[in-house]
Design a protein around this ligand. Structure first.
Ligand code: F6P
Length: 326
């Protein structure tokens, strides 16, 4: 086991609120253990370019409450080439970085897994994505804040939907995962929730809406995940308008607003806890894993599992949400 003296930390993939709290925890735990910490800018792209910055305890002052990532982020295609990874490895060696902390989602860990095996390089991962789709952590850093952003927006939309007797179709993020849609949909009392993990039957959505309206409902909200098989909010609204022209539909696409903002208390605590344990584990020789929290315990899941398996969505909650919104 090599003695780690210098670690690099980077954020990669889509940014998520709480990434800064995670960087802060990594930097300060490292320095506290007499480790030098280097920030790598723009994820794997910065690793390939050699875009490094020495981190001091003061470099991470006043960031725990800030959204985004001070290290910036990117999705690097070059890192998925052997030439790109060789360049990255050479740059790390040149500055003496002997281990890495990677903060991101499944793309980040897929890259980390390949790189760590190829160059026998110690890497530990932290789950940072608003999607909450990683196996090995009940919650990912950023998910809770994104949920609160959606809930705040949907509550506002509810006011205007009620006033105008309108049916709003709100599209939330989640190309492959419906966690944001499901949890926020329950929290705002959505009339229906459409997610990629469950086949969407527009006819059953329509009969639910007609039933609700017969019960004197005059307005409503449908939450649809961007990756739902219906094709998203515009497609759903088109079919509703064709088949039930009486519904007065409006569409809101929340988009990247969900990725920004000051992290919630839950995300700050999660990021701080996982950052602290990531460095501690790395120094004890634990790597090739993602640190997560399951049932309130810190656990370590091999990259291979974290990327190949996916967190299971609780589908019965869809039915519960339908019943509760009658
Ligand atoms: O993975 C996080 C995420 O926000 C997804 O929910 C979304 O589909 C995707 O990133 C959007 O990516 P980009 O910012 O590259 O458009």
């Amino acid at each position: 086991m090599i003695k780690i003296k210098k670690i690099g930390v980077f954020t990669s993939g889509g940014d998520a609120p709480g990434m800064n709290a995670a960087i802060r925890a990594v930097v300060r735990t490292g320095i506290n253990n007499d480790i030098e910490v280097i920030g790598i800018l723009q994820g794997y792209s910065g690793m390939i370019k050699g875009d490094f910055v020495k981190m001091e305890t003061s470099s991470v002052s006043n960031i725990i409450q800030r959204g985004g990532t001070i290290l910036k982020t990117a999705r690097s295609e070059k890192f998925f080439t052997i030439e790109g990874r060789q360049q990255a490895f050479q740059n790390l060696k040149n500055v003496g970085i002997d281990a890495l902390v990677a903060i991101g989602g499944d793309g980040t860990f897929t890259g980390a897994e390949i790189f760590s095996k190829e160059f026998d390089f110690p890497i530990i991962g932290m789950p940072g994505t608003i999607d909450n789709d990683l196996y090995g952590s009940d919650y990912t850093i950023g998910f809770d804040t994104a949920l609160n952003t959606v809930v705040e927006a949907a509550d506002k939309i509810r006011d205007t939907a009620y006033s105008h007797n309108r049916l709003f179709i709100i599209e939330v993020m989640g190309r492959d995962a419906g966690f944001i849609a499901l949890q926020s949909g329950i929290a705002v009392g959505a009339e229906d929730i459409l997610i990629p993990e469950s086949k969407t039957y527009i006819d059953s959505l329509l009969s639910k809406l007609r039933h609700d309206w017969r019960k004197n409902k005059t307005s409503g909200i449908i939450i649809v995940a961007e990756g739902d098989d219906s094709g998203g909010a515009f497609e759903v609204a088109k079919v509703i308008n064709e088949k039930c022209p009486d519904f007065k539909t409006r569409i809101t696409i929340l988009g990247h607003v969900q990725r920004g903002g000051s992290p919630s208390c839950l995300d700050r605590v999660l990021a701080s806890t996982l950052g602290y344990h990531a460095v501690k584990a790395l120094l004890k020789g634990n790597h090739g894993v993602m640190v997560g929290r399951v049932n309130n315990k810190v656990v370590f899941t091999p990259f291979e599992k974290a990327t190949k398996l996916h967190q299971e969505i609780n589908k019965p909650l869809l039915e519960m949400a339908r019943v509760l919104s009658l």
